[in-house]
Design a protein around this ligand. Sequence first.
Ligand code: HSE
Length: 310
Amino acid sequence: MNEIKIFAPATVANVSCGFDILGLCLDTVGDEMVIRKSETKGVRITKIIGQDLPLDSEKNVAGVAVLNLLKELNSDVGFEIEIYKNIKPGSGIGSSAASSAGAVYGVNELLGKPFSLKKLVSFAMEGEKLASGTAHADNVAPALFGGFTLVKGYDPLEIIKIDPPSELYVTVMHPKIELKTSDARSILKQQISLNQMVKQMGNFGGLISGLYTSDYELIGNSLHDYIIEPDRSILIPEFDSVKKACLASGALGSGISGSGPSIFALSRGEDKAKEVGEEMASVYNSININFDIHISKVNPKGIKIIEKNS
Ligand code: HSE
């Protein structure tokens, strides 16, 4: 195989109570990438359609992730990457993660899969570091593994995949304003109280338990964030009204998607997820900010191969 075309999905990180350690994979929104072998060693980004991003491999998250992978290989093969970007950078649904994870996934396939998914996560995390200043794995891991992923530890890296409950749907509203992850991280407090820790851990444990047992009520009443959301929500116009509208229309829970500005809600069933999307839209229709709404099942597989060419 000399060329591969893939779908690199968007992701929702944190999922309210799991800052930097929990994420889920979306199915209906993502980028496409074409990755091909080339005779020139190294990696070149030959085309980016849809967004204005650097072509220089060392300044592009996909390039950096692949360069990191190539460092571990004693190979003369080079790669070219075309990126068709649908996920806007600074949207809070894992734009840089889709590019980083997609690039290393594609290269690994073309090389005959020498690396495990966990290893690919560690390469892709270097792309995240370039984008946000921190090598967090809670977007790249769900993009590569699918479903929900729990980063049990960073050093050493330990990732646990959790299959999504079958009726769980995600609604994401993306307000069309850019919020850089580095900026949204810079406002966070570096210390928390014991009381916050106890409440957050209770909810995090409840959420994980609810996911394993498909207990939708428990999932819903565990979706609280006492640490990050109070500080970050002020950066998102009408966050409280949107969240209130989601809960009033029957969503299991709602919160900031990743570092924002996107807002997510989880619902039981697709019809409910659509209803929740309409309620989100009606809040934003009353203010002057454009938005997109995405409705998606949790994608159980992660990155998908669209085409392979020899
Ligand atoms: N855990 C990261 C953060 C996710 O909240 O900063 C960024 O998408």
